[in-house]
Design a protein around this ligand. Structure first.
Ligand SMILES: [Zn+2]
Length: 377
């Protein structure tokens, strides 16, 4: 490990293949963070910007039952966002993408929150046989993107529900301050990637999966005018405080880890990524916390050094049995050589050709700035 290097400001390190360091030893992800701080200010400026956004959403939603959509998982970010939007006086419709992997805590959290905040819920339940086949295809594809069927599915579902209810705003629970920018080499997703992997490894045709193809993207963005609003980027979002607010005010429960409200995400992050791909997503999360002074760098380094990502053995059994995957087949998957999205058909070559229009799109607010950074940084 002679070439091992870690950023002097955060804990991002050379396990991220595209990491770069400047002459002071600071990584490119810290630079992106600083640029995004300017793009999404907090404090007085952020408050003003947020007020403008909320006023516009309310005006457009006057007389309607709902004025925006919020995807809910029962986890911290989306739960806190529900709470914030409710306090801001918005009239959200909550949408839950049920992919079959909800933990009981997640289900109970969603129920408690919506009842107390008096928010309606729209649940989309996946066709399990088809979704399971897609998840298996991504395990066989041997890339670190095995959880994108859920991420793309959620996005596709939110777009369709927004369109159905004639709503233009999808409140997005991503916070660059807490989650950092996810490196492309760790997670890459698009609709063509989904279908090309499924065509290659799947045994079923995707008939019900709410994929987001390029034409879907153009239809929902430009014809329907649906936009994602990264609301948590405009407020000081301290995760520990958010958890305590949710627990005290809404009897909500923390599921014990980032995105552990889904059993599959927990399996994916605590076992599959570290064991097979040497990817520890605590690095990006802790780096975000360091940059925003929610934890010291020393504490984060100790945490990563002293503790392997803890995983629950019984969760491996549960996952394999739910996927009807034998231990020997799973071992083959674990031993298979890791590949990347570059080994499959994706929109990425096309995206690269359109760098300038995409940059323009982010300026118009049609595309999230974080996406531009991800693709081109
Ligand atoms: Zn850094």
């Amino acid at each position: 490990m002679n070439d091992y290097k870690i950023c002097k400001r955060c804990v991002s390190d050379t396990t991220i293949s595209e990491i770069q360091f400047d002459s002071n030893g600071i990584c490119n992800f810290c630079k992106i963070h600083d640029e995004m701080e300017i793009q999404y200010p907090i404090g007085k400026k952020g408050h003003k910007k947020l007020k403008q956004i909320i006023t516009k959403i309310k005006e457009e939603g006057r007389g309607k039952k709902y004025d925006c959509i919020i995807g809910v998982s029962g986890g911290t970010d989306s739960s806190y966002m529900l709470y914030v939007c409710s306090r801001l006086g918005l009239k959200p419709l909550a949408v839950h993408y049920d992919n079959g992997w909800n933990s009981p805590i997640a289900v109970s959290n969603i129920k408690k929150l919506l009842e107390q905040l008096n928010i309606d819920l729209y649940t989309y339940v996946v066709n399990w046989a088809e979704f399971k086949d897609l998840q298996l295809s991504f395990l066989k594809a041997s890339t670190s993107d095995a959880e994108i069927p859920t991420d793309v599915g959620i996005h596709g579902c939110l777009l369709r529900v927004a369109s159905k209810f004639n709503l233009k705003y999808i409140m997005n629970g991503h916070s660059f301050r807490n989650e950092s920018l996810m490196p492309k080499s760790w997670t890459y997703m698009d609709g063509l990637y989904i279908s090309s992997v499924q065509n290659k490894f799947g045994s079923k045709k995707l008939k019900t999966f709410p994929n987001v193809t390029l034409s879907d993207f153009f239809y929902y963005s430009f014809i329907k005018g649906i936009k994602a609003v990264p609301i948590l980027n405009y407020i000081k979002y301290d995760k520990t405080k958010a958890i305590s607010v949710l627990e005290k005010k809404l009897d909500w429960k923390y599921s014990g880890g980032h995105h552990h409200e889904s059993y599959y995400t927990e399996f994916f992050q605590t076992f599959l990524l570290p064991k097979k791909f040497n990817i520890d997503k605590r690095i990006t999360e802790l780096s975000g916390f360091i940059r925003t002074n929610q934890i010291t760098r020393e504490l984060a380094i100790n945490e990563l050094r002293d503790n392997e990502y803890p995983y629950r053995k019984e969760l491996i059994n549960y996952t394999l049995s739910k996927l009807d995957l034998s231990y020997s087949d799973f071992n083959k998957i674990l031993e298979d050589k890791p590949r990347t999205y570059k080994n499959y058909d994706t929109y990425y070559p096309l995206i690269k050709l359109f760098q300038k229009p995409i940059k323009f799109g982010t300026k118009l607010g049609l595309l999230p700035y974080v996406l531009y950074q991800k693709f081109f940084n």
